[in-house]
Design a protein around this ligand. Structure first.
Ligand code: 3H9
Length: 678
């Protein structure tokens, strides 16, 4: 074995050269890897005894792409294109041997081999779009020449992966190898050499594109139309489509020039910077300051959930779906039955859509034990309380749990606002208590705020984060404060939105400005969706707020088709004149002079105070880092991912100092961090 450098080895197996990349964790194409590959292929080109080459990776995966951490930094080492040219132009057949995930630049390298083999579990994809990019190493030109333009457009605009079976059928791999991959790949290489098979270059074969520019034009038009909503606001999907149109319409080299130019535009833009920030921020959020990442976790083999309402049921589904048994507790049989029925219906709906089989529905339901007795939670490793937001009731429940739960069980509250330390104090074991705040619908939304109490044991916190990951959530650690990270900031936005509609903006103006910014819906659409009467009752209503008055007038939101908007039978909405009159009357009564409010003011007043609150959250140590706040807002509240989250946006787009100055003009108490940075 000859070490080309620290991450690439070259050895010979008879007349087959085996090039191995070993660059943990994911064999990304760093400068060292590129240099190593350049050296290996130069050595091979000068060695007449070599008749074929196998390129393989050590560790958990084939090359998972370009090294994202190098983006935006001055270029170093051999260029990826030079490495690809050396492979594609090699005088002997090059076979890429793929395991794990061949992603982005990794797949693009493999597409420069003359043949590809993989193991049965390998996956293939071009996920650059998720980083606000497009495949910039020939992927937009080569992939359609194998899988066809239509499939290539689908794959590059979604980042979806193809499994080995489909890759074999499409000709993306030539053989799926059983047993040891390298051995199988070397055998395949020998076969290619023995049979004198040609040096197949993907770039030279247009036969599988699926048509020419004219015949494929309707496919591209239909694709754009069908995905207009999903792509709205994002720059990268359209750039990917343009490049694949170029692959169809232009000779290879010209198509490559289009790809290069589109790639450079995206790479230099703010959207990709934001999405790359989010990629690393997501992984960073899992790291807890001061905690040993290798520390032993508590076992979670069974879960208890208190409350079978919308939240409790949704939370239960997360665990049932990954094979963890759940005991769910309610106080009344009827509520219990209803909760269980909703879980079943949700699973059956998914099965009907083909997501899994009806046997799987039964397997999941088989893991669920409904009960009316809290005492049945005695053996649960993790208990999550999901009853409504009332401190007295929560304290009572935790007091009882203290007597019921086995020693060492984790006791979590799904509270979205309340003081977790106060809840913990109702037990004799506050070290076992923490918050696990799920977002509705809890079986779908990816965010999980894990609330660390003053006395929560590190092992309990680490276990909650790990179990969150196991059920597919992105956990973010929050300290104990009213509303934690997300709702605390949301409160500031809502406060301004409520003021704006009294001062002269219409609810539909506020919603439009925020949806134009990229949120899926604005605060008043959200209120209508949730129901205006949440926490409201006829008996206690005093008509003190606009919302009280809307409810008193019978406007309840989407549920009765009247709220801030009127809804038709297809849920199309138009601003409600009744709601507008109620707002106008309320403002007049309070002596507020309505005025013209422009869109910029709406945006600033809704978003700047949120950023300020985020800075205060950092001041108080309630979030570990600014990027955690971004992750909360992207995954829990629909902040557009291409704007990187509120803190990224403040830093790189709106400008911290601009925000601080505007907040001062508004007479707000400004966090010093807004000027100093976080
Ligand atoms: C590209 O290829 C552009 C080209 O078209 C054009 C070039 C001209 N770079 O996710 P994990 C780190 S764009 C650098 O927890 P998993 C990651 O930060 C790229 N670092 O593991 C983490 O570090 P840490 C296209 C990377 O097993 C560690 O590896 N490719 C990269 O759950 C483990 O990651 C992609 O977008 C990278 N490319 O999942 C693929 N990838 O431990 C991105 C990972 O310090 N990667 N890291 O926190 C993934 O999707 C997943 O990491 C993967 C493994 C599925 C591979």
């Amino acid at each position: 074995m000859t070490a080309i450098n620290t991450v690439v080895d070259l050895r010979k197996d008879g007349d087959i050269a085996v090039v191995t990349i070993d660059s943990p964790p994911v064999n990304a194409l760093s400068a060292d890897v590129r240099d190593g590959l350049a050296g290996a292929f130069a050595a091979i080109a000068g060695d007449a005894a070599v008749k074929g080459v196998v390129l393989v990776c050590a560790g958990r995966t084939f090359i998972a792409g370009a090294d994202i951490s190098e983006f935006g930094k001055p270029p170093r080492g051999a260029s990826l294109h030079a490495v690809q040219d050396a492979m594609e132009g090699a005088p002997v057949p090059v076979i890429a041997a793929i395991h794990g995930t061949a992603l982005g630049g990794g797949l693009e390298v493999a597409l420069c081999a003359h043949y590809r083999v993989s193991d049965a579990k390998a996956k293939f994809g071009l996920p650059e779009v998720k980083l606000g990019l497009l495949p910039g190493a020939g992927g937009t030109q080569r992939l359609p020449r194998i899988v066809g333009a239509k499939k290539a457009v689908e794959m590059t605009t979604s980042g979806a992966q193809m499994n080995a079976r489909d890759a074999l059928a499409a000709g993306l791999v030539d053989e799926v190898v059983d047993g040891d991959l390298t051995t199988g790949a070397v055998a395949f290489a020998r076969k290619v050499v023995a049979e004198g098979r040609p040096l197949k270059k993907v770039r030279d074969d247009n036969s599988k594109l699926g048509g020419d520019a004219a015949s494929l034009a309707p496919m591209f038009a239909d694709f754009r139309k069908a995905n207009a909503r999903a792509f709205n606001g994002f720059e990268a999907p359209e750039a990917n489509i343009k490049c694949i149109e170029a692959a169809v319409a232009l000779p290879f080299e010209e198509g490559m020039r289009v790809e290069r130019s589109e790639f450079m535009k995206l790479m230099g833009g703010l959207q990709s910077a934001a999405q790359r920030h989010v990629f690393f921020a997501e992984r960073q959020a899992a790291k807890i300051d001061g905690l040993d990442p290798k520390a032993e976790l508590l076992p979670v083999r069974s879960v208890g959930i208190i409350g079978a309402g919308t939240m409790g049921g949704g939370i239960a589904m997360n665990f049932l779906s990954v094979g963890i048994p759940v005991t769910i507790v309610e106080t009344k049989q009827e509520a219990l039955d209803r909760g269980v029925a909703v879980i079943r219906r949700n699973y059956e709906n998914s099965a009907r859509k083909g997501r899994f089989s009806s046997e799987e529905v039964e397997a999941r339901m088989g893991r669920l034990t409904p009960t009316l007795a809290l005492e049945d939670l005695g053996q649960a490793d993790l208990i999550i309380e999901a009853v409504f937001e009332n401190m007295d009731i929560k304290k009572q429940i935790f007091g009882r749990l203290d007597a019921i739960a086995k020693p060492g069980a984790i006791l979590a509250s799904n509270t979205s606002y309340l003081n977790v330390d106060e809840i913990a104090a109702s037990t004799q074991r506050p070290e076992s208590v923490l918050g696990m705040h799920f977002f509705s619908p809890a079986n779908v939304m990816r965010l999980l705020e894990v609330v660390r109490g003053a006395k929560t044991a590190p092992q309990v916190l680490a276990t909650a984060m790990a179990i969150g990951k196991q059920i597919g959530k992105i956990g973010v650690v929050s300290g104990v404060c009213h509303g934690f990270i997300g709702n605390r900031m949301l409160g500031k936005r809502q406060e301004q939105a409520n003021k704006l509609i009294l001062e002269g903006a219409r609810p539909s103006d506020v919603d439009r400005v925020l949806t134009d910014f990229g949120f899926p819906m604005g605060p008043f659409q959200m209120a209508d969706l949730a129901g205006l009467d949440i926490g409201w009752s006829t008996e206690t209503s005093k008509g003190e707020t606009v919302r009280d008055r809307l409810c008193e007038a019978g406007l309840r939101g989407q549920k009765n088709s009247h709220g801030f908007y009127d809804y038709d039978e297809n849920r199309n909405r138009t601003p409600s004149p009744v709601a507008e009159k109620i707002i106008d009357d309320y403002a007049a009564e309070k002596g507020i002079n309505r005025r013209q409010i422009d869109d910029q003011e709406i945006l600033e007043r809704c978003l700047y105070p949120m950023v300020n609150e985020g800075a205060k959250i950092l001041d108080e140590g309630m979030a570990q880092r600014a990027s955690d706040i971004d992750i909360v807002w992207i995954n829990g509240y629909g902040w557009p991912v291409y704007r990187g989250g509120p803190m990224f946006w403040a830093e790189h787009d709106a400008g911290r100092e601009t925000i601080a100055a505007a907040l001062e003009r508004m007479g707000m108490d400004v966090s010093p961090r807004l000027k100093a940075g976080w």
